[in-house]
Design a protein around this ligand. Sequence first.
Ligand code: CP
Length: 307
Amino acid sequence: MSKLSQRHLLGIKNITAQDIELIFETADTFKEVINRPIKKVPSLRDVTIANIFFENSTRTRLSFELAEKRLSADVVNFSASTSSVKKGETLLDTVNNILAMKVDMVVMRHASVGAPHFLARHIKANIVNAGDGTHEHPTQALLDTYSIREKLGGVAGKKVAIIGDILHSRVALSNIFALQKLGAKVMVCGPPTLLPKFISSLGVQVELDVKKALEWCDVANVLRIQLERQQIKYFPSLREYSLYYGITKRTLDNLKKQIVIMHPGPINRGVELSSDAADSPHSIILDQVENGVAVRMAVLYLLAGAA
Ligand code: CP
């Protein structure tokens, strides 16, 4: 099989394990390409891609833009904060105006759950969800699971603990779907107020004690506290959160086995992870970022039907 089962990447929930394996195999090839002195291939020449970001981003936006340029696509970038959205233009009007300029693919980040799904129902271009509210962040989950595969030689049977603010995290949900499709065992850990009520129905283990979660897992994917999505107080203070859930190098050194530390970024250093843990040999955080470019190249290449 050399084609994805979907023409959009809206989430991990609606793609198959075979799709994920195909993306990984394609990313292996592109990872080799981006480590060559000449990092560019002509695969998406004459394809125009618009990166439409209605929410802030550093890694995802740069990573998509680099992936597109490494594939020789033409790239246009749109940031809501400097656009006519500020004058009241709707999402559909904004996107239709961009598409009228003959854009083939849209990479979109939006604060509203389902915004890319809405677009996919109304426009012909391929859509890639670069994060929709607290829902899904599929390329983050793909690069996270790809990084586990690279570091541990596979994902099936591995124990992965997702630790932190699960309630507000699109990274958590997409990772749960991707890890389960690939046969990993998944645990979520955090304060009870930051765990969604429905979480057990997803077939994950739930643990409130971070030390027990770290003792259990092979990989800890540590998430930041998403203060920008919290209208009420879910815990007394960041200091208290850090005291009970913060992971330091000493915590890691005291475990009976060596575990891998991941973080999707941005890190709140000194809150969920201390600097000595984030920068320790346990951490593959910058490998995740490197792999993000290769994985996004694979997604764009496959969605464009170039395979
Ligand atoms: N991991 C992630 O989505 O980071 P950005 O918000 O910087 O894109």
